[in-house]
Every structure is written in C-alpha cells, then in structure tokens.
Design a protein around this ligand. Structure first.
Ligand code: IMP
Ligand code: MG
Length: 197
C-alpha cells in the first residue's frame, strides 16, 4: 500500500483564484431584462449595438440575441496608456468601426464602467458622427472608481471596487471565457495588473 501523502514543505499555495460574484444564471436573467428595457425605450426602431473589444463581446452577443426586432452590430477597439496601476486617462483608438453611425440609434455595449475614461473618449468620438440617439449599456458598474463624469443608461450590476474577471473580462488575457463574473483573489505578494482594454 502506498504511504499516505504528506504535505511537502514548500507546497505551493494557489497564486490566484477566482471567487464567484455573479453567477451565469443571474447574468443571463439580467441581460433578458435589459434587452426588454432597451426595446421598450426604442419600440420598432432598428438598433445598432457597438461593442468594445474584447471585454464587451459576450455581453454584446447575449444582449443582441435577446432584443427582439431589428438589431445590427459593429466593433471598436481602444487601448489605454499612462499609469500602470489603473486604466489611465489616455485612450487611443486601435480599431475603428466598419460602418457609419450617422442617423442610427446606437447603443454602446461595454463590459465594465470603471474610471469612465474609455467611455468618455468613445462617447465624444461617436457624438461627432451624428447618431440619432446614443446610449450606453454596461454589464458592470464600479461607481466608486469614477473619474470622468460618465453614466450608463443601462446597467447590469453595480459592483464594489474589486478587480473582476470572467464573462469577457480578463486578467492578462486570461479568464475571459468564464461563464460567470468573479473576484480575482491574488496570493500574497502579487500585484494586480493594470486594468486595460
Ligand atoms: P475605464 O476607462 O476605467 O472605465 O475602464 C474601462 C476598461 O478597463 C474596461 O473596459 C475593462 O477592460 C477594464 N477594467 C476595468 N475594471 C476592470 C476589472 O475589474 N477587471 C477587468 N478589467 C477591468
Ligand atoms: Mg473593456
């Protein structure tokens, strides 16, 4: 019989783990409600959803499939620069839209509203292109972190000031594929990377 396993000295403690904050089922239910709300606000109008790559992609695909009637969508990508510890003030466009938004009812679909710098940049950019209406839908809102005076018209969940991953949100490109949103818990001595993209 093999000897019982002993805990080896220096056995690694997990470097990081994810604690579930919002289950996939709650996300799904909330998105159905948001979709109904959006359609109620713009009955019978074609809606043009714009997702911010890459974090907003799952939210967009679920939202788009839940809104009845005519819906089209497009993608944009930005990156932020500056201080390393948080998503900084400087935002740069890395991928523009495929089509014009002039005269369209546009809903910007973002994963999370944090400092608000990204959305402030995008809203200014889109406003110049003369959409008929411009609205913002975010899955998550961290109101405590706000620097720019931006508010979302549709909010999935307001969350505390914690670094979250899953359902599109990443930590160094990992965890985007989790079907839920969780708080990233780092082991001792590890620092969180900048919140980017
Ligand atoms: P803002 O410009 O500070 O509002 O930041 C928006 C972007 O930062 C989001 O689109 C995310 O990509 C990223 N971000 C902010 N908070 C988190 C987080 O808790 N986890 C992962 N990414 C985040
Ligand atoms: Mg993002």
């Amino acid at each position: 019989m093999p000897a019982p396993k002993k805990a080896r000295p220096g056995t690694r403690t997990p470097r990081e783990r994810v604690r579930v904050l919002i289950t996939g089922a709650r996300i799904h239910k909330r998105i159905q409600a948001l979709a109904r709300e959006i359609r109620k606000d713009f009955p019978g109008e074609p809606l043009h959803l714009i997702s911010v790559l890459k974090g907003g992609v799952f939210f967009l695909t679920d939202l788009a499939r839940s809104i009845p009637g005519e819906v089209s969508f497009d993608f944009i990508a930005v990156s932020s620069y500056g201080q390393k510890t948080h998503s900084s003030g400087q935002v740069r466009l890395t991928r523009d839209l495929d089509s014009s938004i002039e005269g369209k009812t546009v809903i910007v679909v973002e994963d999370i509203l944090d400092t608000g710098m990204t959305l402030r940049y995008l809203l200014r950019l889109f406003q110049q292109r003369k959409p008929k209406h411009l609205r913002v839908a975010v899955l998550l809102d961290k109101p405590e972190r706000r620097i720019a005076a931006v508010r979302a018209d549709y909010v999935g969940f307001s969350i505390p000031n914690e670094f979250v991953v899953g359902y599109g949100l990443d930590y160094a490109e990992r965890y985007r594929n989790l079907p839920y949103v969780g708080i990233l818990v780092l082991g001792p001595g590890l620092k969180k990377k900048p919140a980017e993209d």
